[in-house]
Design a protein around this ligand. Sequence first.
Ligand code: CA
Length: 241
Amino acid sequence: MKIFILFALVVCVCLPVSAAYGLAGKSLIFSRKTANSYVRLYQSSHSSLSAFTVCLRAASEKPHGYGLFSYATPHSDNELLIWTKSGGISVYLSKRIIRFCVPKMNALLRHICVTWKSKTGLVTLWVNGERSVEKFDKGTKIVRGGGSFILGQEQDSVGGGFNRHQSFVGEITDVHMWDHVLSACQIKSLSEGISPARGNIIDWTTIKFQLRGAVTIKNDNECTSQISIQRPWFKEWEGTD
Ligand code: CA
């Protein structure tokens, strides 16, 4: 019996965690602070970006600072980081930080989008379809490709450097990323769940992902995911700048 248990332990330790595909209609639940629970998203390969839109839904009742969306490259562990603390939401673009003062997170899922375009330097935060004041960041030219997308932890190195005190505790779902800026109407429709447009870099419905540690996948019970399945003709919105 001892040999069998030892063999089982060795197999568990040595075998890589297999990847899975697609999270349509699903939420990720991070129930407590840890330094080793996260979900890695394997996006469609992309080169450097001169614009992007990142959207997600999240809820958390914890007041500590944590990353909602962490993208690290060998050049910068904060190549693109959406960070929140009680005082608002900050967007990190490598070494530059753009802060937005918004109501603190709570138990209600909110739809959050960030848009950026190098050409104009405009960085905009959207909460439940409402636009923030627009802020300028003329210092960032590109967001580099070839990095690591992580949910649940804030990377201080590519795929690692986690700190349990910066780990996300709550629910996150519906994560999408585009290589261009969506219009105000598109973001409003996404927030209301009447558009099932899907990201062309990260598409929550088909994304390849790998789950580590204490993360639970559950049905999101959102009307939005049901609309997405029922109204595929809205796909024509994808790719619009
Ligand atoms: Ca970091």
